[in-house]
Design a protein around this ligand. Sequence first.
Ligand code: FES
Ligand code: FES
Length: 160
Amino acid sequence: MSEETRTVTAVVNGAETTAEVPTRTLLSDFLRHGLGLTGTHVGCEQGVCGACTVLVDGEPIRSCLMFAVQAEGRRVETVESLARDGELSPFQQAMKDEHGLQCGFCTPGILMSVTAAERHGKTAGETETEVLGGHVCRCTGYVGIRSAIRRCWSEGATRA
Ligand code: FES
Ligand code: FES
């Protein structure tokens, strides 16, 4: 029996995108394999590690826990949307400068959650607690990530 598919239209990183997808395809797999947006990483595939976090209608969600068809009519933002004209966003730059990443596997998810926190007017302290509490980083001990958040907030430099 052939797999059931459905047409999905969503705005992905500012561009209206239409694709035919199997109804059981996860949003994470659709972004990575369907659209080639491999900046969204997949780790645990059960909503724990946060690596797959993207923004849907401005809210951070685990894309491994959402079907691609559920993105119908919604706005999806991935890590590929953050740098503009070849220039890193202020928080990306701060992560680089403060050594907030090593292997980088967790980084895209953290970048997206921090972006949402900044847009929601969270303080640096709230962002550290709420964002880092939802993302597993096996490399950094979170020290550089915390430094990057504090640096951006103190400089008022994040670009939401
Ligand atoms: S891969 Fe989605 S939360 Fe870990
Ligand atoms: S930088 Fe390696 S998991 Fe976070």
